[in-house]
Design a protein around this ligand. Sequence first.
Ligand SMILES: Nc1ncnc2c1ncn2[C@@H]1O[C@H](COP(=O)(O)OP(=O)(O)OP(=O)(O)O)[C@@H](O)[C@H]1O
Ligand SMILES: [Mg+2]
Length: 265
Amino acid sequence: MEKIIAVANQKGGVGKTATAVNLSAALRMTHRKRVLLIDMDAQANASQWLMGSSGEKGHTIYDVIMRQVKLVDCIIKTKSGIDLLPSNLRAANLDVELLGVLHFHDRLNKALQELPGASYDIVILDCPPNLGMSTVNAFAAANVVIIPVECKREAFDAVVHLMNTLVMVTDGGHAIRPYGLPTFLERTNLARDIYELLKEKFQTQCLPPIHKNTRMAEAFAARQTIFQYDPQSSGALDYMRIAKELMNDFEEETEVRRPNRSSRK
Ligand SMILES: Nc1ncnc2c1ncn2[C@@H]1O[C@H](COP(=O)(O)OP(=O)(O)OP(=O)(O)O)[C@@H](O)[C@H]1O
Ligand SMILES: [Mg+2]
């Protein structure tokens, strides 16, 4: 089954884009998944990362959501092997232009449903650092949300607020599975304590942590995924581990839905 994963946290600079890009790369490389990355953010960092620039007018997430241009006509094939629906500054207008529009929250969901059948195994949505129209559209389309949380004490308030928004958007609607992802973990006692707290909060739904690693920032500057830039770095190993954990979970879920299969001898 197709998985649609929103990477979201209204707090800025917590590693959303790094996660969206490098998790996409790990799923594509080691698990041979067909991955579509959708840049939902007007800052267009994921677009810059994968194609060196923002999206061109007429072929961005703004055009898909606002002008109802066909999604399939806006996809760019990037060197990394990841397909990308880019963004640019116009995406910031969505918050104003979608006001009062009927079913405004369902635009992305509809566009994804119109993709030719079985085009992608996994769609990853890189959300902006706010809970505006882009993020609400992402939540309405997603069946999984990954919430990167910096291993700092003040990071928790944002998570509570985010979870409330998630419940509001999906209330009575589709099921959505949230995962916490500790980011920027440092090898200090304080960071370790906060990591333990986070694990407690998300319990089984806490993914293994991403360590602070300067190679990650360098990879972005070089416009390469961490696997292209330094496949031996701790960043590369961390994202590989997360991809594996998620794939295991998704497979287990499928098995639970087909209980007869495992009991057959
Ligand atoms: N594990 C890491 N170690 C060190 N630096 C990192 C790591 N992950 C990301 N960075 C760097 O930290 C900065 C913020 O990361 P990123 O852009 O992924 O956050 P974000 O949550 O998407 O930010 P925004 O809210 O602005 O969209 C970037 O410069 C990025 O290159
Ligand atoms: Mg970002």
